[in-house]
Design a protein around this ligand. Structure first.
Ligand code: 0X9
Ligand code: ZN
Length: 421
């Protein structure tokens, strides 16, 4: 969702072009701009006016949804002053974190450790070890778990859908969860694999009674592995397809074929954040998710796409903030129930609103599921707050069980509303 800041382009005259050195983010600064009245929000929203591609001088990591909710910007040493001046000029409070990239754990070291230790339910795992984990649970619980091959990512990684059901022939309503369309949002695949773990190990849980769960834990494995390959790639977001002479990747969450390209996208293949692709579903990864939705369109009643960060739970429409679906109150009230359950378990509540009211962006999977397929409940869940994309691995054991309580509420609702009585 990053764009070049309009004032930065003006002053630097560089179109945000920058060399991509070894440890690019080491001396970058994270600036949290905190709007404390409506005028501040107005000023911040003007930052999105420029549709020029961002090449990494300035990246907006997260936008505000209202007063006191920060807009987080990652800035290079030479753009830092400009962002700070913008804040001073507008009387907007800021919090800064210097030398931001130095706080990233070196993924090579981490993956070597993981390779030796294998899969960890409360850890960030490689795509390979997630796949091995899926094989292992399918072998251990053949009556409960089936793996459906979906095809291959651009770089030919095999993608499998975990189908978890006590009675696959019963025609139960399906909850479809995917994660990791955005490479850097590591907590999302961790949540998806944790849900699988709970569903296959909870003896007393009723989440599988009358409801089937289809889970795709890493939609963008090429990007995910890329962010694990070196510290300087840790913030990669897109897929890894070759899109132009020397640029790579499409924003998978702008690539779905519903109102494709109408808002919040870039048409520049070199934009690091929101390039929507040459056409809808140009990416094999989004095609595979679409196919799961199309093949199960009668039975999928809830779709949740796991992302990070900010602790938002948003629903359609995402392409516009100017209108809401007819059933928005149902979407809104279920989201609030989920948020309360997470809070009761000691977790942070979600900010609940439509995606487009937060910021309009078209081509998202949530809008496609809801608008094109007709799935009645469709959400994007932005996990965690306070650590941007670098959520500490040793906090996962605390937050994943808290968040899981929200999924139990989802299951209850789907069973009550669509289950065969
Ligand atoms: O911009 C996105 O794709 C999502 N946020 S993220 O920070 N994870 O990139 C939000 C998507 C919300 N849904 C739509 N706009 N359709
Ligand atoms: Zn995301």
């Amino acid at each position: 969702m990053a764009k070049c800041l309009v004032f930065v382009i003006g002053v630097l005259g560089l179109g945000c072009q920058v060399g991509y050195g070894q440890h690019k983010y080491d001396n970058y600064t994270l600036v949290r701009l905190i709007p404390n009245h409506d005028q501040h929000l107005q000023k911040l929203s003007e930052l999105s006016l420029n549709e020029a591609a961002s090449h990494g001088e300035v990246e907006i990591l997260k936008r505000s949804f209202g007063v006191n909710d920060s807009t987080d910007v990652l800035v290079s040493p030479r753009s830092k002053q400009l962002v700070e001046q913008f804040a001073v000029k507008n009387g907007m409070p800021i919090v800064t974190k210097r030398d931001y990239g130095r706080s990233f754990e070196a993924p090579q070291r981490e993956s070597r450790r993981r390779f030796q230790e294998g899969f960890s339910v409360y850890g960030y795992n490689s795509f390979d070890s997630i796949n091995k984990y899926l094989d292992e649970v399918a072998l251990r619980k053949p009556d409960l778990v089936r793996l459906q091959p979906l095809g291959y990512s651009y770089q030919r990684r095999a993608m499998r859908l975990a189908k978890i059901s006590k009675d696959p022939s019963a025609g139960n309503p399906i909850i479809f969860i995917d994660a990791g369309i955005h490479a850097r949002e590591w907590v999302a695949p961790a949540m998806a694999t944790y849900i699988i773990h709970r569903l296959v190990t909870d003896g007393r849980g009723h989440e599988l009674d009358g409801v089937d769960w289809y889970i795709l834990p890493v939609v963008n494995p090429d990007g995910y592995e890329y962010t694990r390959s070196s510290r300087s790639q840790r913030l990669w977001r897109k897929t890894r397809s070759k899109t132009s002479h020397n640029c790579y990747g499409v924003d998978g969450n702008r690539n779905y074929g519903f109102k494709w390209g109408v808002s919040g996208v870039s048409s520049d293949p070199c934009d690091r954040e929101t390039y929507a692709g040459p056409k809808p579903f140009s990416e094999p990864e989004t095609q595979m998710v679409r196919n799961v939705m199309m093949e199960n369109r009668e039975r999928i009643k809830l779709y949740v796409s796991l992302h990070a960060y900010g602790q938002y739970l948003v629903y359609p429409w995402g392409y516009t903030g100017g209108s809401l679906p007819k059933t928005w109150q149902k979407l809104d009230s279920l989201a609030r129930k989920v948020s309360k359950a997470v809070q009761r378990a000691g977790g942070q509540p979600f900010k609940v609103l439509s995606a487009g009211e937060w910021y309009p962006a078209a081509g998202g999977s949530d809008d496609y599921a809801f608008g094109a397929i007709g799935i009645p409940y469709s959400y994007t869940m932005e996990l965690t707050d306070g650590y941007e994309f670098i959520y500490p691995e040793n906090n996962l054991a605390k937050i994943l069980p808290q968040l899981y309580e929200g999924f139990r509420i989802f299951a209850e609702q789907i069973k009550d509303e669509f289950g065969r009585s």
